[in-house]
Write a protein that binds this ligand. Structure first.
Ligand code: ADP
Ligand code: ADP
Ligand code: MG
Length: 603
């Protein structure tokens, strides 16, 4: 049987279109109740029995909210379905003692749903959404639901997993995605919190590995994003569980901290625990996982968990856009990386230049080498947290005055800060009216609205957007301004792999069309590799003093940066993506000897 209409509830905006789907549905015209309005949500409900899958509503819907999809025969029994015409999930990933299993897939494809199921927060309904009755939490009903699940998985590894879970015999630890919200639930200082959960007696070790000694006495409410993330990881690792789930453990962390997180999380698996990690930073996912599952399907409509694959093969399949075992194409084109550093052409005229700069705050001082930024280029800036990157951005944007030195030409800067305020009172559309000058223009529609999929967000309240949605809105708004330099502070946080690359391409297109330039601060090496023309490196002692090199070619920058970190990267033979070398492996030693931390010597 082919399958029928799915309605993406996030996109559907009946208030705006006045039920175009109902107006055009041939079934409704023949006076059949093919589409009716749901009393509660006021959104359309498409009858699974009456819908013929003609596709007319799909074409008419202005928001791309309805899709008629053919789900392959083999995918007839979902693990969970949220409701009629709602998202459904097929298959579950494997859990494996002593291993880290990575989950790779776009936003809206079911990753959080999987974690909610495996942690026992959501009892899967096996597609029988009529059974859903979230208000009804009677003990016997719960047992009945679990029985069905256990029965369903009879004979597989998951049978005993759910049996133990439902009987409270296994303990699940879950690090949530949005660590920014932690201060709402946890009060007090870091030391009290972490001592209180130290069931494995590893307080000192984890503290050292995650570099938390200096912030022990700090109140949770006063921590930065990266500090919250490390505290959240520490709190999970210190507890004694059987299964550990980490939902995006690296947002806000710098490269060194990402690798420390990899070490700490991997140590759980090495002591026999079962670990699962959702991650969009491909270099981190690669270093942390033993195996991966790729999630595919249609975001908002259905998600399928692939078979378990070795980590290299799985990530390569994702990059190539084709899953061999499943025989599914998940993207039209492969993502392409270049083996050689981008050639810095005859640079032409500088769009901005500055003399050597100095800036001090109490306890922190920053020195910046004289430098310049050219038209049409993307310069990335990398280095530890607390080393002065944002301070430099602010000086360039003239939001801060340097103590010494000056910006030589006065230029307009459009700036996306690292932490995005979501306290705007109103809808996304109102926000765009107020803050996106080119909103409504054709260029905005084709070069910004479309790549960042803003159409589906227009009617939503800004303060209810997810982290990724807010990020898309903030990048888009910045790009809609007239400026000479577009400055982005950590634009990849909460975006999935695809969205990161789309954002990179949109930024490139806009700056080239305006003969402008962009400065991007980020920690995702694969992303940096994909978008940089040149780079600047910030080094020194985080929180004490920072030194910034002038923008220079990527080979020189990467060598400087990685030498300080004592890590080397190699290129995957097949896809050319950068991969971290194991410390002291043959390649690691060889590359260090040659002084090539990132690009291999030409043969
Ligand atoms: P991911 O973590 O991959 O971004 P999620 O598992 O959070 O994806 O969500 C997958 C889909 O399920 C989304 O389209 C989301 O809107 C939908 N969804 C999530 N929770 C619910 C719910 N409680 N009721 C209805 N739909 C939901
Ligand atoms: P990065 O962007 O590299 O993480 P920042 O430029 O934000 O680093 O900060 C560098 C250092 O300067 C940090 O130690 C930070 O606490 C300090 N700092 C930043 N802004 C101020 C300020 N307005 N007053 C005092 N100290 C500040
Ligand atoms: Mg999620």
């Amino acid at each position: 049987m082919s399958r029928i209409s799915i309605l993406d509830h996030d996109r559907c905006q009946p208030k705006k279109c006045h039920y175009t789907c109902i107006e055009y549905c041939p079934g409704v015209r023949m006076e059949e109740d093919t589409i009716v309005i749901d009393e509660k949500s006021k959104k359309p409900l498409i009858s699974e029995e009456l819908c013929s899958g003609c596709g007319i509503c799909t074409n008419r819907c202005p928001f791309d909210a309805v899709s008629v999809i053919n789900i392959p025969e083999a995918l007839e029994n979902p693990i969970h379905r949220y409701g009629q015409n709602m998202f459904e999930l097929f298959h579950l990933p494997n859990v494996s003692d002593g291993s880290v299993v990575g989950i790779l897939g776009p936003n809206g494809i079911g990753k959080s749903t999987i974690i909610r199921i495996l942690s026992g927060e959501l009892i899967p309904n096996l597609g029988n959404w009529e059974d859903n009755n979230d208000n009804d939490k009677k003990e016997d009903q719960t047992q009945e639901k679990w029985e069905k699940v256990i029965q369903h998985f009879k004979g597989s590894q998951m049978q005993s997993y759910f049996k133990n879970l439902s009987q409270g015999k296994s303990k699940v630890i879950h690090k949530p995605q949005m660590v920014d919200e932690l201060p709402k639930f946890v009060k007090g200082n870091v030391e009290t919190l972490l001592k209180g959960v130290d069931e494995r007696g590893k307080f000192d070790e984890i503290l050292e590995n995650l570099d938390l000694e200096n912030i022990l006495s700090r109140e949770i409410a006063n921590l930065s994003g990266g500090e919250l993330q490390r505290v959240a990881i520490a709190a999970s690792v210190l507890r004694d569980g059987d299964f550990y789930y980490f939902d995006e453990p690296t947002s806000w962390l710098d490269v060194r901290q990402r690798l420390n997180a990899v070490k700490v999380i991997r140590s759980l698996a090495e002591s026999g625990k079962s670990v699962m990690v959702i991650e969009h930073d491909l270099a981190t996912l690669d270093a942390i996982s033993d195996y991966v599952h790729v999630l595919y399907g249609q975001a908002g409509a259905y998600g399928v968990v692939s078979q378990m694959k070795g980590v290299r093969v799985g990530i390569n399949a994702y990059i190539n856009g084709f899953l061999k075992e499943e025989n599914v194409r998940i993207r039209k084109q492969a993502i392409e990386f270049t083996v050689r550093p981008p050639t810095v052409e005859d640079e032409g005229e500088a769009i901005s230049s500055y003399t050597a700069l100095e800036k001090s705050y109490e306890g922190f001082s920053l020195e910046i080498d004289e430098g310049e930024i050219f038209h049409d280029e993307i310069v990335t800036a990398f280095g530890s947290n607390g080393i002065g990157k944002t301070t430099f951005a602010k000086i360039l944007a003239e939001a801060e005055k340097p103590d010494k030195g000056k910006i030589k030409e006065k230029i307009d800067i459009a700036y996306k800060p690292q932490y995005i305020a979501s306290d705007f009172d109103g809808r996304v559309e109102d926000f765009l009216y107020s803050f996106a000058p080119s909103y409504g223009s054709n260029i905005f529609k084709s070069e910004i609205m479309k790549p960042f999929s803003l159409e589906e967000l227009l009617d939503k309240d800004v303060n209810e957007l997810s982290g990724g949605e807010l990020q898309r809105l903030a990048i888009a708004t910045t790009l809609s301004k007239e400026a000479e330099i577009y400055l982005f502070d950590e634009p990849t946080a909460f975006l999935d792999v695809e969205q990161r690359l789309i954002a990179g391409r949109a930024i490139r297109k806009i700056i080239e069309s305006k003969n402008a330039a962009s400065l991007i601060i980020d920690h995702d090496i694969v992303f940096i590799d994909y978008i940089s023309d040149r780079a600047m490196v910030f080094y020194g002692e985080p929180g004490l003093n920072g030194i910034a090199t002038k923008p220079t070619d990527l080979r020189t920058s990467m060598n400087k940066f990685l030498k300080d970190l004592n890590i080397t990267f190699r290129r995957d033979k097949e896809t050319k993506r950068p991969r971290v070398n194991k410390l002291d492996s043959y390649l690691d030693r060889k590359q260090k000897e040659e002084g090539e931390y990132y690009y291999l010597k030409d043969k």
